[in-house]
Design a protein around this ligand. Sequence first.
Ligand SMILES: CN(C)[C@H]1CCc2nc(NC(=O)c3cccc([C@H]4CCCN4C(=O)Nc4cccc(C#N)c4)c3)sc2C1
Length: 408
Amino acid sequence: MDEDIVEKLLDPRSPLNVESLLDTVVALVTDLKLPVLMRMKNIDLFVKRYQSVVDELAKARINYKHFKQLKVIGRGAFGEVQLVRHVETKKVYAMKLLCKEDMMKRSDSAFFWEERNIMAHADSEWIVKLHYAFQDEKFLYLVMDYMPGGDLVNLMQMYETSEKWTRFYTAELIEALCALHGMGYIHRDVKPDNMLVNRSGHIKLADFGTCVRMNENGVVRCSTAVGTPDYISPEVLRNQGQDAEFGREVDYWSVGVFIYEMLYGETPFFKDSLATTYANIMDHENSLKFPEDVVISDNAKHLIRSFLSSVDKRLGRNGVQEIKAHPFFKNNDWTWETLRNATPPVIPELRSDDDTSHFEVMTTEPRREATDGFQLPRTFNGNQLPFIGFTYSNELSPIQKLKNGLMN
Ligand SMILES: CN(C)[C@H]1CCc2nc(NC(=O)c3cccc([C@H]4CCCN4C(=O)Nc4cccc(C#N)c4)c3)sc2C1
């Protein structure tokens, strides 16, 4: 077998990599194993021949039985995040489950690729790391760093966040966005829920389902307005439905909303109804108000206005340096170079490696068992095909170890 095929088999980014090929075999047998299809001789013989292979693969490859589920620590549109302990290594992880049936029902089975690829390849202290991605008939699984400090929503509920604290968390958010933009992605849903605190008190970005790749000009052409109402920028809102172009500045708008919320305890444009909130965002020149009862510095006000402005005037449109140079970030505790080693405002008190006291308690509804799995389709739908290639492990695969052994 010539050299570059072996390279491709081992390259996690190649569709030819071993994990993707194994996903393909499993997906094919799973999608063909239907009574109505098994009446055809070729399909019947193929499934019978490969069922044992698939069973052997299911046991040999990483699967959710390798993890002990401890607690549900988060819930989203298509699934939940559980705190789990890897049975063999005893290590604790956050494991996100995404329900394939929900995705198929809403033909929404592509958003998780950005999440998988960003966390798998980021190799950045500012981005939650993916350790394993695997799947079974019903779920996708993302095994990620556990962030025991919880999210910044929780932190803002627990503490009154001063300007000094706001300066620290905003600086860390800017660095995290720098890392993500540097990889060519726009987040589009920057909000305190997606900023998680690790055991040392520093933050990492999480939840990349709304991320989208920029083109070579650093812009995205995309019509669906994605993001959470309070944090969404006017340019994304305005162009709903039409093919709009927007860039990383949409994330800087959300930073402005975040700073305002840390200092005032509420978001600047939120009103009782979605329509009013949107109207306020569109008319931000007039609707942005600074409550008199909270005293904040002129630098803070100026920075908020610089982010909550129309995209052609928004701070950061000429690069992140003009943000870092803003006087609001002047301080005696850290510089942009030493930030990641500075002492954070809050260092989570943890009694154990599986302490979940910084997460709100979730009623642990058991995982939806086989009963309400896919109702058997009437014919070959290729339900498993969109998920081929999702499986990933950041450990060396047996083949890699073999190849390294041979090369040394
Ligand atoms: C409309 N289409 C296009 C898509 C747009 C993007 C999108 N994202 C989804 N996402 C989800 O369905 C989902 C599931 C579980 C948890 C979470 C988050 C929200 C709550 C917490 N969470 C999360 O990811 N937490 C997390 C992540 C990493 C580490 C740790 C820890 N410790 C915790 C999200 S569904 C969906 C549809």
